[in-house]
Design a protein around this ligand. Structure first.
Ligand code: MN3
Length: 203
């Protein structure tokens, strides 16, 4: 089964002014589509062809750059589209809020640390909020299209929230102002989805 580009649950212009319509359209139809196409090409005829993307990433040969870059790209963007929404949906609450308080003291400190991880990722990459077995949460970041599901990335756990800090995610609207893009991200998080992912992992 070839991988396919997931549909978004909102229109390209629905996230404005936080993320502009042109960025969303190019990001989805060009960048993410290219990861899907290139991943399918890289897997064609191999014994990975019928595996889930999570299985592929968990047992990835990190020297296989085509699958590493494009498999990561496909998984990362699929998560990203899911955890953003035209306006904040829900609020940080429940078991996830408790886990964040346990790890970082309070929501404000968590947001600062997450923004710092996104800001200090040099070049292209992602900032993550991950959940570990037992429910502990951890912020980390990784470069390019790597993610914590891959072997040896160094920030274990399963991402339940991710922020794309590649320039292609923000440059048209924000140019070099990554900090402003990160601030805007807090306006469009779908906390209901992030919390549901936390609860699905820990139940
Ligand atoms: Mn991207």
């Amino acid at each position: 089964m070839a991988f396919t580009l997931p549909q978004l649950g909102y229109a390209y212009d629905a996230l404005e002014p936080n993320i502009d319509a042109r960025t969303m359209e190019i990001h989805h139809t060009k960048h993410h589509q290219a990861y899907v196409t290139n991943l399918n090409n890289a897997l064609a005829g191999t014994d990975h062809e019928n595996k889930t993307i999570e299985e592929i990433l968990a047992h990835l040969d990190m020297n296989n750059m085509a699958v590493r870059n494009n498999g990561g790209g496909h998984w990362n963007h699929s998560l990203f589209w899911e955890i953003i929404a035209p306006e904040n949906k829900g609020r940080l609450s429940g078991a996830l809020a408790q886990a964040i308080d346990a790890a970082y003291g309070n929501k404000e400190t968590f947001m600062e640390k997450f923004a710092q991880a996104a800001m200090t990722r040099f070049g292209s990459g992602w900032a993550w909020l991950c959940v570990h077995d037992g429910g502990k949460v951890e912020i980390c970041s990784s470069s390019n299209q790597d993610n914590p599901l891959m072997p040896g990335i160094g920030c274990g756990g399963t991402p339940i929230m991710g922020l794309d800090v590649w320039e292609h995610a923000y440059y048209l609207n924000y140019q070099n102002r990554r900090a402003d893009y990160i601030s805007a991200f807090w306006n469009i998080i779908n906390w209901n989805v992030v919390e549901a992912k936390y609860e699905a992992f820990t139940k």
